[in-house]
Unconditional design. Structure first.
Length: 202
């Protein structure tokens, strides 16, 4: 893995849902509304703009899942990725797979590496857990479909004695530490944030 991951010198983001038009317009309508207000024809175009405004060609990105929408038709999934991914600026991206991500490496270019379920990093003396889902908290999402994944992450968090858990999945929903939501709907500016700065504030 890139040395930047061990120092916090990377960008972090989750839940871009590139190509997921229904989510942008119906399930999270504020996305499309914001894009239109900024003069963009779609939320995908807007978030490409925000991404490239922040991330540079020598940057490492840690994406915590739901990067693209995994369509039922594999050909459409590949077409969607091939249209957008080359337009995003970065050197290397690690994608911790979420419930909507395409699972095949062949859909991505060689800058992207997929990670199954979770990642643990020790940064600035803190053991940190990274995954798509938050870990289980009492009273959180009692009807959540992925409750088993959350319970598993809860066990990992405790076993590994992690200090904080960075995740996505829940979009703009607010939950307390040690969970830290890095979905674009929860981040200032709807785009990737520099992790070292985020960690200092956390």
């Amino acid at each position: 893995m890139e040395a930047a991951l061990a120092t916090g010198d990377f960008w972090i983001v989750s839940d871009n849902h590139f190509g997921h038009t229904r989510l942008h317009t119906e399930l999270c309508p504020w996305r499309e509304k914001l894009a239109r207000s900024e003069g963009f024809k779609s939320f995908d175009e807007y978030q490409i703009h925000l991404w490239n405004k922040r991330v540079s060609a020598d940057s490492v990105v840690l994406n915590l899942g739901d990067f693209f929408i995994n369509k039922m038709n594999p050909r459409k999934t590949e077409e969607n990725i091939s249209k957008i991914l080359p337009r995003l600026v970065f050197k290397k991206m690690y994608v911790v797979k979420g419930n909507h991500d395409a699972k095949k490496y062949s859909f991505y270019d060689d800058r992207v590496e997929l990670i199954d379920f979770y990642l643990i990093l020790d940064i600035l003396g803190k053991r940190l857990l990274f995954s798509h889902y938050p870990h289980m908290l009492k009273g959180h999402h009692p009807k959540e479909r992925y409750i088993n994944e959350m319970k598993r992450l809860d066990a990992i968090f405790k076993k590994e004695k992690c200090a904080l858990h960075f995740h996505g999945h829940i979009h703009g929903y607010k939950i307390a530490k040690p969970n830290i939501n890095v979905s674009i709907d929860a981040l200032d500016g709807m785009g990737p944030v520099y992790f070292a700065d985020l960690l200092k504030r956390s």
